[in-house]
Design a protein around this ligand. Structure first.
Ligand SMILES: [Zn+2]
Length: 208
């Protein structure tokens, strides 16, 4: 494997990037001057230094001026915002889904990032999605009344919805929480990430 192949493999791991696009990135980098690569390298190192994972919603966020690792109490600005409605918790697949919902301003509750969808044929589900972390979170949320499952309306999204519902059933019943799904208000194949405000607003209103 030469350096072109090695770098292509790295880019192929990026979301939505296939072999051909990955290779185009490599050739693009080769054509640019050294400053470009140096800057890219510096920004990546900086990003890793400034980013932290929120202990509550598990999203990645920028530690605005606070050095990473300090205090160890890493709670993001959404989770520490007291104006947020703590009676509802929305469970989404990934960070970019949370950002879209947040930008739409149609939802003002708490969040949790599951970290993926559950593949339909899968034996080691638990290692892939943060279901145990979600259970722990819910047990701690005393004011919580409703959990909204907000996955894409796709076979995998549906499967994840069913899986999470089953896993949370017992805790939800015990703590008298309702579990609803956002998916019904989205059209088939819609990615939460790309939904517009009206779609999201309707989906929230029609959640079941
Ligand atoms: Zn958070």
């Amino acid at each position: 494997m030469d350096i072109i192949d090695k770098l292509t493999e790295v880019f192929k791991e990026f979301p939505g990037i296939g072999e051909r696009q990955a290779r185009r990135f490599v050739y693009f980098l080769m054509s640019r001057n050294g400053d470009y690569s140096n800057n890219l390298y510096k920004l990546i190192v900086e990003l890793k230094k400034e980013v932290a994972q929120c202990k509550e919603c598990l999203r990645m966020f920028i530690l605005l001026g606070r050095p990473s690792g300090a205090g160890g109490n890493k709670i993001c600005e959404i989770c520490s915002d007291t104006r947020v409605d703590s009676s509802i918790l929305m469970v989404v697949e990934k960070d970019s889904d949370l950002e879209s919902v947040r930008k739409s301003r149609v939802y003002n509750g708490k969040y949790f990032i599951l970290g993926g969808l559950v593949p339909i044929v899968e034996k080691t589900t638990k290692s892939r999605v943060r279901i145990e972390e979600l259970k722990e979170r819910i047990k701690k949320e005393k004011e919580l009344k409703e959990i909204i499952l907000a996955f894409s309306l796709s076979p995998q999204g549906d499967h994840t919805d069913t899986y999470v519902r089953n896993e949370l059933k017992e805790i939800a019943e015990k703590q008298k929480m309702k579990i609803s799904s956002l998916g019904k208000g989205l059209s088939t194949g819609t990615e939460l990430e790309y939904s517009d405000n009206d779609t999201l607003k309707n989906a929230l209103k029609n959640r079941q």
